[in-house]
Design a protein around this ligand. Sequence first.
Ligand code: GLV
Length: 296
Amino acid sequence: MSILLAADFDASEWAAWLPALQAALPGETLLRERTGDDIDIAIVANPPAGALHGLPGLKLVQSLWAGVDKLLRDPTLPTGVPLARMVDPAMNAAMAETALWAALALQRGFFDYAAQQRTGVWRQHGQRRADETRVAVLGLGQMGQTVAARLAQQGFIVSGWRTGSGPVDGVLAEADVVISLLPLTPATSGFFDRARFAQMRRGASFVNLARGAQVVEADLLSALDDGQLSRAVLDVFATEPLPTTHPFWQHPKVTVLPHVAAQTDPRSAAQVVAANIRALRSGQPLQHLVDRSRGY
Ligand code: GLV
């Protein structure tokens, strides 16, 4: 049996992933294209819709991405086959670094100083301590928990919230910085809208490290423009790549990252994939399975 690697990789990504996966999976045949129907495992990274349709022997779909929302939207994704998402401690650590960078830069005003530099302004602002800065982490899965722990270690006052754990308004109202690590599901699509931004403390900042579709972008722009929010740090967008004409690019209160908060690292992720494939081959329980009814 062979393993299909179905991905929208560019040449440099193929060059990184294929050798890493092949080295982690000695004795396995890895295919970049469907050349027969003896495929029993698919390793996927944003596969084109329909890529896994009609593979009768499929026993495992292993995602290289942590978020499987796009995969679950593909109506041809085989329903009876276990689907595993990427859970990699190296990725959690990268996410925690990004969240820490954003929280520190917001706490200390470094985004404002970067803007001042562009116009040659020398102006000092007051210095706020981490233990005076309240950070709310929304989404307490593997990444959210790692992020919350790292921020608490840095001295921030951290609160957490997950979907289904009660009302979010009290959490939002207290926070100086709201960081989203929510999975994208029907319940979180459009979650950050005008009403949610209004529940936040006036002048709070919003950091989205999760999925762009959770934000009503026009409402975020209004909240920034009328001063309800003071800054947004965004790694993810409704449309990616972010269109060159999008107002976020030039907005003085928006920091744009090109979906790099936590990239999957082929070196460590290949080991995670290999462990699950070894489990399948030896009849052991599979790890990190997605509950399709929950959507993550
Ligand atoms: C990135 O966004 C991922 O889901 O891994």
